[in-house]
Design a protein around this ligand. Structure first.
Ligand SMILES: Cc1ncc(COP(=O)(O)O)c(C=O)c1O
Ligand SMILES: N[C@@H](CCOP(=O)(O)O)C(=O)O
Length: 468
């Protein structure tokens, strides 16, 4: 499988290079040249299979011969062995037609673990084979950071630098980043919001002399391998609910558009999907775009679902590439307009194509809390605020016949204050994570400036002179 950039001007790469590159050198995001096609029989055969078996079937065509079958299977098995549920991503029915796909049974209690556990192993594997080191950077609004640090802590071939908005993540999220004591872990608290952190990460990738000197690699969902590992659970859930013989809808609490883009990829590969519903909090750029055809940046508002406090949604660029027929010139033009004026328009066929597949809705703070309370009262199920946004938005898109799967993106114990305030119940962390709440913290507070972050990384990265 070959990969090309959404902006059409970066080198075409194989899987291993896409894995190590993060952002393409033209500023775009890598996409597979074609979508592997699964027959209805193959999809039907996923029902009842162990998660790891489906994961191998879904992931292998994207990896090609870059990683031998036995090694890939071993990495997949190791990645999910530590999850707290034998099904890895179980489905729980919470209403006549509504199911929560619980994605939070990994080590940091967020859906990010599903991809990050595999990404950490695959990067280590490729770096070891090549005898190289890499400097990993990532921006987080709360969950990516903890999951990435958990996946890379103590790894010999990588140093990891995570940029997070100071004071805008939950205590549990912050401690997941600041308490690991391994010397290759660097938690950088920036005075800004998530969009500032993400812009600095992208800025570092576009600063080629720095990028090459420190051998920069990315673990945000700009990295195709993140999306790839997330495609798996759409097939798992779809097959469990009767696909390919009946369609399934998914509502996805959305910020950077990575998780829902994985659903789009599953659909492109043959999974019969009725609707993919984007659920946003008050930072509703994606809901507005689908309504108006105008992608328009506004300031980020802090909410009780902090991981979704995002305005510039990286993976939307992958969808733009798809609906414009992979026309890099059009995507470049839209991204230039966004950089210059803070907005761009989508019209005609591309907008119609988006609307045919995607629905959208937003959920305010009051509704988020009310949904936590009502779901507890009616279904006996305690939601985290992000999943609650999905449940609220899903109601407006439930046709009563098509199974509606809401992606359960985080465990309620990551957001105990918001959940307690809404429900009266303070969710407890699993036993093995409790020590973290009293462990010593280690973080670096930095100005939200690219040059300041680059200097810090140059002073601490071991990949200088030994990297990819
Ligand atoms: C708990 C939670 N829900 C939803 C999202 C949104 O996912 P995505 O950025 O892939 O759209 C995030 C962060 O990405 C998250 O951490
Ligand atoms: N919500 C995310 C933001 C980063 O998203 P990513 O999927 O691109 O890594 C977070 O929790 O950090």
């Amino acid at each position: 499988m070959k990969y090309c950039s959404t902006r059409g001007e970066a080198p075409v790469l194989d899987f291993s290079d896409v894995l190590l590159q993060g952002l393409a050198r033209d500023g775009g995001l890598y996409l597979p040249e074609t979508w592997p096609q699964f027959t209805p029989e193959k999809i039907a055969g996923f029902a009842g299979q162990p998660y790891e078996a489906v994961a191998y079937e879904v992931i292998a065509p994207f990896v090609g011969d870059e990683i031998p079958e036995a090694d890939l299977k071993a990495m997949i098995a190791e990645s999910y062995a530590g999850f707290r549920h034998p099904a890895v991503t179980p489905l729980v029915q919470t209403g006549a037609n509504t199911f929560i796909l619980e994605l939070f049974h990994g080590p940091t209690l967020a859906f990010k673990d599903v991809a990050m556990q595999l990404l950490g192993r695959m990067m280590d594997y490729v770096l070891t084979r090549r005898g190289l080191r890499a400097t990993i950077v990532g921006a987080t609004s709360g969950d990516t950071g903890g999951a990435a640090i958990e996946a890379f802590r103590g790894r010999e071939r990588t140093d990891i630098f995570i940029l997070f908005p100071d004071g805008r993540v939950s205590n549990v999220q912050r401690r997941q980043m600041t308490t690991p004591s391994e010397s290759n872990v660097h938690a950088l608290a920036l005075a800004g919001d998530f969009d500032d952190c993400q812009a600095i990460v992208k800025g570092m990738f576009n600063h080629f002399s720095f990028r090459d000197r420190v051998a920069l690699s990315g673990v945000n969902s700009i990295n195709w391998a993140r999306i790839l590992a997330q495609i798996v659970y759409y097939f798992v859930a779809g097959a469990a609910l009767g696909a390919p013989h009946r369609k399934v809808s998914f509502t996805v609490p959305t910020g950077n558009f990575g998780d829902i883009f994985a659903g789009y990829a599953a659909m492109k590969m043959g999974l019969p999907v009725e609707k993919l519903v984007v659920a946003t909090n008050m930072n509703d750029i994606l809901a507005r775009t689908l309504e108006t055809g105008r992608y328009e940046k506004r300031g980020v508002t802090a909410t009780i679902s902090p991981s979704m406090d995002i305005q510039v949604s990286s993976n939307f660029e992958r969808l733009l590439a798809e609906v414009t027929g992979r026309d890099g010139a059009i995507v470049r033009q839209m991204m230039n307009q966004l950089a210059q004026s803070g907005s761009f328009g989508i019209a005609g066929g591309p907008l119609a194509e988006m609307r045919q597949t995607f629905g959208a809705g937003r959920c305010g703070e009051v509704e988020t809390s009310a949904t936590i309370k009502s779901t507890l009262d009616e279904a006996g199920y305690l939601l985290d605020p992000h999943t609650a946004i999905g449940v609220h938005v899903a109601k407006a898109h439930d046709d009563g016949k098509t199974p509606m799967v809401v992606l359960g993106t985080a465990h309620p114990a990551k957001f105990p204050d918001a959940v307690e305030q809404a429900s009266g119940i303070r969710p407890e962390l699993p036993e093995n994570l409790k020590d973290m709440m009293t462990a010593e913290e280690r973080q670096q507070i930095l100005a939200a400036q690219q040059d300041v972050v680059e200097t810090y990384i140059e002073d601490h990265a071991r990949a200088i002179g030994a990297g990819v």
